[in-house]
Design a protein around this ligand. Structure first.
Ligand code: SF4
Length: 300
């Protein structure tokens, strides 16, 4: 069995930066760091950070004023940041610089009187942050059809969640241009190049393998998006969180298996999946193969 690991699989720059900030600032001592939402959608890394005193802030916890607040790569609405600053918490800003760029684009056009249309997933933390910057000028869309339900605008600017699907965004942009013909309609492509590259490579890889494994959190939007892409292009797609979830029976007849992973999947986990695949392919050959090997072992 041949295993091909996607070059773009694993932590993107923004997630790596946020995790590095958490590790660098954590002491494992009494001064905790609270993250606003899980730092990444990977249980093993979250557990490792918890051991170092980095925890996800939940609604029941009131952190002491000395506790530091870490903003994750997705960013937060400006009001949320101001709230914690007002309470006196030191802030560690792990917002991905590319997400900060989208905040700036939104702020600039909103201040010039544009309506802001954000292409993004409902409830996704980054989108909540983007909508916070857009304020009352913000409208969220997820599909090209959503454009038809927007009010009339004289000036409108379209941006997207950095991990949004490029093909869907292009369709949304084309529909927005048609809908607001005669108005000032600006399209800013704010999909992150890392996301673009990952999706493109995933499409290419999924098209040439017998099966593809997508490694990453079941709640990670960008991993789910990769799994959706794979389902379109690959004969078999498995979305797993760790190597124990590999369904060997599904993959047993495959000659080539691709492995890709979401932006919040650490490299050690991807390597562990590949290692386990190699182990399974070597130890669980067909019954005939096993019988022949046992016969050969008896003779030698
Ligand atoms: Fe930043 Fe891109 Fe990663 Fe989003 S996908 S956190 S924009 S590097």
């Amino acid at each position: 069995m041949r295993i091909i690991i996607a070059e773009t699989a694993g932590f993107c720059m923004g997630v790596r930066r946020a995790v590095d900030l958490a590790v660098d600032h954590s002491t494992g001592g009494s001064t905790k760091i609270f993250t606003l939402g899980p730092l990444i959608h990977n249980r093993q890394t979250v557990a490792m950070l918890r051991d170092r005193g980095v925890e996800t802030l939940d609604e029941k916890t009131s952190p002491s004023p000395s506790a530091r607040i870490l903003i994750r790569a997705h960013g937060v609405p400006p009001q949320k940041r101001e709230y914690y600053e007002h309470l006196g918490h030191p802030i560690i800003d792990g917002t991905c610089p590319k997400v900060t760029t989208v905040h700036r684009v939104i702020t600039r056009y909103r201040e010039q009187g544009y309506a802001i249309v954000v292409a993004g997933d409902e409830g996704h933390a980054e989108v909540v942050g983007l909508m916070g910057y857009a304020g009352s000028a913000g409208h969220r869309v997820q599909s090209p059809q959503d454009i038809d339900n927007l009010p009339d605008f004289k000036k409108v600017c379209l941006v997207s969640q950095t991990t949004f699907d490029r093909e869907t965004f292009d369709e949304i942009a084309a529909r927005l241009k048609r809908r607001y013909e005669g108005s000032e309609a600006i399209v800013r492509k704010t999909i992150c190049s890392a996301t673009n590259k990952r999706q493109k490579e995933t499409r290419e890889l999924a098209s040439k393998v017998d099966a593809i494994i997508v490694v990453g959190g079941k709640h990670s939007a960008n991993t789910l998006r990769l799994a959706n892409i794979c389902q379109k292009y690959a004969p078999i797609t498995l979305h797993i969180e760790n190597e124990q979830e590999i369904e060997w029976e599904t993959l047993a007849g495959c000659g080539t298996i691709g492995v890709t992973a979401g932006a919040s999947t650490p490299n050690w986990l991807i390597n562990r999946v590949a290692e386990h695949l190699r182990f399974l392919s070597q130890t669980r050959k067909s019954g005939i193969g096993n019988a022949m090997r046992r016969f050969y072992d008896l003779l030698t």
